[in-house]
Structure formats: structure tokens, C-alpha cells
Ligand binder design. Structure first.
Ligand SMILES: [Fe+2]
Length: 279
């Protein structure tokens, strides 16, 4: 079987801990042309699908707006995305559309060949299909994410993963799901961003929870994104989640990296996860 990824040793070594760039060959699978995408959308369970647009509020702040594709065919939806300012996100492909997730799974296998120490688990693979002018607002994701861009052109702005660009308070709100991963942003932050112009075949990954935003540049945009955890990422998640809970429930003011509290909370988080109460 031919390789699905071209990744250097340095990038494989950095995977999940820093910015990583590589090339993938997902497009050759034939799973991403309009007909295949229409079929995928049409049969996708609604509970794993979200469709959004962004609108400008009277106060000048741009926010997400949710929609529904009820009563539309997959082909209608693909056409609407080509013409509008929409994006659709189909999640949990590892369960619903394993042929798609298999591309990502093979990518992880090839990264592991170069970096056998990398442990990864709890994959959630999604496909983002978005309009030529759509954008994803400034946000951070809860877990590490790898983005494989497949069609169209987009520009990703990646900001320093520091308190100045995302406060501990915002990070806690995201992890506790009190916000939809949106965090405060002003345009003057852009001069500190790294800019990546993504073309079909580009893979990009970055440090866990580093804030970023995306502007589509041209064409129907199709990307696969996989959220996953490493043992270190689970620990970081547990500490932030736990400190957030302690702050809210008990008025405590733990430091975000407090190892003792983090340890207690990690154990509590593990129990909640086992009981199906945490993702
Ligand atoms: Fe993201």
C-alpha cells in the first residue's frame, strides 16, 4: 500500500506538542468529490452534524448562528455551501463514516512509525465543508487537533498560546463548555500570528489549545479535522477542568497548573469519564 503521508522526522517528533506541517494524499481516495460529499451529508445522523453561519451583531461583533438542513438533499446542501457563507461539520466519522476516518487512522500509523513514543486515543474525526468566503472565528479547541486540508484554499491564523492571547479564564470556559470555544479577539492580535496558507494536501497541527481562526480564500473548502488526546493532553484537560470546577463550586482560587489539585481532579475526572459524565 502506498503511503498516505509525507512527514519529516522532525515533524513526526513534534506531533501533538508543537506546530507540525506535512503533506497527505487523502484526495486520491475519491471520497471528496461533490457527489461523494452529497451522499455523505444526506445519510449523516443529525446528532453528529452542525451547520453554522456567522453574522455581524449591531455592536459590530461577529458571532456564530446555527442552522438546519432538514428537508434538503445532500446535493442541495453542497450547492448552498458553494454559493453561501456557511459551514457544515460532520463529526464522529470514526463511528459513522469509517472509510473517511481510515485515512486519518493510516496517517497516525505512519506518524507512529517515525515516532513510536506517541500515544494517541479518543479520536473524533470530523469533516468541515465550507463556503468560499466562510470563516471560523477566533477560538481554541479543547484537545489537540490535526487538520488535513483537502479542497479549496484557506488561511489559518495561529496565535501565541499565552495568557495574553487566551486567558486562563477563557480556557476554563472552553474546557467546561460554558462557551462554544469562542474567546475574546481583537484585530491588533493579528500582527503576532503565524499565517498558514493551506492548499489541498496540506496537513497542519499545533500546540493544544493554541488560539486560531480561519478565513477561506477560494473554492468550496473541505478539510478533515481530528481531535484526539495524548496522556499529557488528558492531564492538561483534567487540571483545567478540575480547577474550573473548584473555582465555581467552592470559590477556591487554584493556580491553573497546581499539581496537587490537578492530581485530585484528574482522579475525579477519570471517575466521571468512566461513568460517562465527561467526554
Ligand atoms: Fe479549531
Amino acid at each position: 500500500m502506498s503511503r498516505i503521508l509525507d512527514i519529516t522526522q522532525d515533524n513526526a517528533d513534534r506531533f501533538s506538542t508543537g506546530t507540525v506541517q506535512a503533506k497527505h494524499h487523502f484526495l486520491e481516495s475519491g471520497l471528496f468529490d461533490d457527489d461523494a460529499l452529497a451522499e455523505l451529508i444526506e445519510g449523516y445522523p443529525e446528532e453528529h452534524m452542525s451547520i453554522h453561519t456567522t453574522t455581524l451583531n449591531p455592536d459590530g461583533v461577529e458571532t456564530w448562528r446555527h442552522g438546519s438542513i432538514k428537508g434538503r438533499t445532500g446535493a442541495d446542501v453542497v450547492e448552498a455551501i458553494k454559493r453561501g457563507k456557511l459551514w457544515i461539520n460532520l463529526q464522529h466519522m470514526e463511528e459513522v463514516a469509517p472509510r473517511y476516518h481510515a485515512l486519518v487512522a493510516r496517517s497516525f500509523e505512519e506518524i507512529n512509525e517515525k515516532n513510536p513514543k506517541l500515544k494517541h486515543m479518543r479520536h473524533n474525526t470530523g469533516i468541515l465543508i465550507s463556503s468560499p468566503s466562510a470563516r471560523v472565528l477566533y477560538h481554541c479547541d479543547i484537545s489537540p487537533v490535526v487538520l488535513c486540508h483537502v479542497r479549496g484554499a484557506k488561511r489559518l491564523w495561529l496565535y501565541p498560546n499565552t495568557e495574553e492571547f487566551i486567558s486562563n479564564h477563557s480556557r476554563e470556559q472552553v474546557v467546561l463548555r460554558e462557551t462554544e470555544e469562542e474567546v475574546p479577539y481583537t484585530e491588533d492580535m493579528d500582527k503576532h500570528a503565524q499565517v498558514f496558507d493551506l492548499q489541498p494536501g496540506d496537513l497542519l497541527s499545533w500546540e493544544m489549545q493554541a488560539p486560531h481562526r480561519v478565513d477561506n480564500i477560494e473554492g468550496l473548502n473541505v478539510s478533515m479535522t481530528t481531535a484526539y488526546y495524548t496522556p499529557e493532553a488528558m492531564k492538561q484537560y483534567g487540571v483545567i477542568y478540575g480547577n474550573g470546577v473548584l473555582r465555581r463550586l467552592f470559590g477556591m482560587n487554584p493556580k491553573s497548573v497546581d499539581a496537587l489539585i490537578g492530581g485530585i481532579v484528574q482522579a475525579a475526572g477519570k471517575r466521571l469519564t468512566e461513568q460517562g459524565l465527561l467526554p
